[in-house]
Design a protein around this ligand. Structure first.
Ligand code: HEM
Length: 178
């Protein structure tokens, strides 16, 4: 069942692995993360010894999400995506709130009342964190796109800094603003 790896490359972000496997069949490849015999979860490229180009082949589906133990850069990466989605979803809500607040005095009262509700404050805190995490993780990716801090050690360090800065500044600004 196991196939021999020709090469394994990891961008340091945990979710962009490339497997080059010397097997002609699509069967299964094993995740190298932490010796976990987890079946492949990442996009894979299979190459047979007779092929010069990787061939697109049907991939096995084995997505036990709760068994994926992402390394820190992988967590920062998935949170970057999630935070981007949160912010996009918040745009129409924010536009509606702004529109209502400027439309009339009673609309303004309604929106300021809404903003003081505990659940809305929690949502705003999540949104604030989304912006800050997305900002720091996004800057980290732009730095990495320049070829800097791409080795495992600095990649882990900058991931910890991005995650920590987002959380700490959220708590500080959240305490002041909300
Ligand atoms: C504050 C400054 C921002 C920076 C520095 C930044 C940076 C980035 C970068 C570098 C990427 C590409 C990540 C990758 O290569 O996978 C990205 C993706 C994205 N950004 Fe931003 N961004 C910012 C603000 C925003 C805002 C305000 C929104 C939403 C309103 C947003 C939504 C997204 C979304 C949805 C993606 C795609 C996520 C994904 O496919 O993983 N970004 N951002």
């Amino acid at each position: 069942m196991l196939h021999r790896y020709a090469r394994f490359a990891d961008s340091g972000q945990g979710n962009r692995s490339i497997f080059l496997c010397e097997c002609p069949s699509p069967a299964y490849t094993v995740s190298p993360y932490r010796n976990d015999p987890l079946l492949i979860l990442t996009p894979s490229i299979h190459m047979s010894p007779h092929q010069s180009q990787p061939a697109a082949q049907p991939r096995p589906v084995f997505l036990e999400l709760w068994r994926i133990r992402l390394p820190l850069p992988g967590m920062v990466s998935i949170l970057h995506r999630l935070s981007g989605v949160f912010m996009v979803l918040a745009i129409p809500i924010g536009a509606w709130a702004l529109g209502s607040a400027v439309a009339s005095a009673s609309g303004y009262e309604r929106i300021t009342g809404l903003l003081s509700a505990p659940l809305v404050k929690i949502a705003l805190l999540v949104l604030l964190w989304s912006f800050l995490h997305h900002l720091f993780a996004g800057l980290r990716y732009l730095v990495m796109d320049l070829g800097l801090a791409v080795d495992l050690k600095p990649a882990r360090l900058t991931a910890a800094i991005a995650l920590g800065a987002g959380l700490v500044i959220t708590l500080i600004l959240g305490g002041v603003l909300l």
